[in-house]
Design a protein around this ligand. Structure first.
Ligand SMILES: Nc1ncnc2c1ncn2[C@@H]1O[C@H](COP(=O)(O)OP(=O)(O)OP(=O)(O)O)[C@@H](O)[C@H]1O
Length: 230
């Protein structure tokens, strides 16, 4: 079961340099893992390879027992011809409406349901977009900066709720927030760039869940390991 990527190398068509070379990544069990690294280092490109949006790479990508994969990113937009609430009602499968009503207050979206998507703030748009993904049928969801522009307290509430509600699902969380990936993710694939050897390392995170206390010393060690790797 799980995700196994071995020796992935990729160069965009008509460009000179590789984005990454011999990148490997393993995620044998469900949970929250992260991609972390400086802007432009290749996190989204790797996520697009995993999700099948980029072909033409070398190496091996295996998804065992994962057939339904979704990829959400923070620039996606919803149609503006109806209110957010009516749009969600229409696209969310009937058997998930109860979950939708459970998630809406956790996401802090009650006041947005009567508005049109174009009237929302960036953080509200990103939360609406993420909620519509969570209400679909998936086994792996890639969250590519899907909570950008959302305040820290709300992000924490959302992540803990996702972890609690989807314990058998694979999540890859792409974020620039070192504190967040250290606290909530089980393993963090740190992209270091092709000029460094090795060009990526895996750091163990704290994988915090609702109701659990954070081990502060272990958390600080994770943050330091990530910062040193970058
Ligand atoms: N379609 C494309 N054609 C050519 N080069 C591209 C294309 N898309 C991305 N790149 C380049 O690939 C590199 C990696 O981009 P990518 O978006 O994967 O980085 P990232 O780590 O996700 O960055 P960020 O944190 O800013 O989102 C960048 O140098 C970018 O310019």
């Amino acid at each position: 079961m799980g995700i196994s990527c071995r020796n992935i190398s990729y160069r965009y068509p008509n460009t000179n340099g590789f984005i990454f070379r011999d990148l490997s990544f393993e995620m044998p069990a469900p949970g929250f893992n992260a991609f972390f690294g400086p802007s432009g280092v290749g996190k989204t490109s790797f996520a697009k390879i995993l999700s099948g949006n980029i072909q033409g790479y070398t190496g091996r990508v295996e998804m065992k027992g994962i057939e339904r994969l979704a990829y959400s990113y923070n620039l996606e937009r919803l149609p503006g011809w109806s209110t957010v609430g009516r749009h969600l009602d229409r696209i969310v499968p009937a058997n998930r409406h109860a979950l939708m009503h459970e998630l809406i207050p956790v996401f802090g979206l009650e006041a947005c349901l009567d508005q049109r998507f174009s009237q929302l703030s960036l953080g509200q748009k990103n939360r609406v977009n993420l909620i519509r993904y969570l209400l679909q049928d998936f086994q792996l969801l890639i969250l590519d900066e899907s909570l950008a522009n959302v305040d820290e307290m709300t992000r924490e509430r959302i992540i803990l709720k996702i972890k609690e509600h989807f314990p058998e699902t694979y999540f890859i969380y792409i974020s620039h927030n070192v504190v967040e990936v250290s606290r909530f993710c089980r393993e963090i694939l740190v992209f270091r760039g092709l000029d460094k050897q090795p060009s990526s390392v895996v750091v163990t995170g704290q994988d915090l869940a609702a109701g659990k206390a954070l081990d502060k010393a272990a958390f600080e060690k994770t943050v330091l390991e990530i910062m040193n790797a970058v």
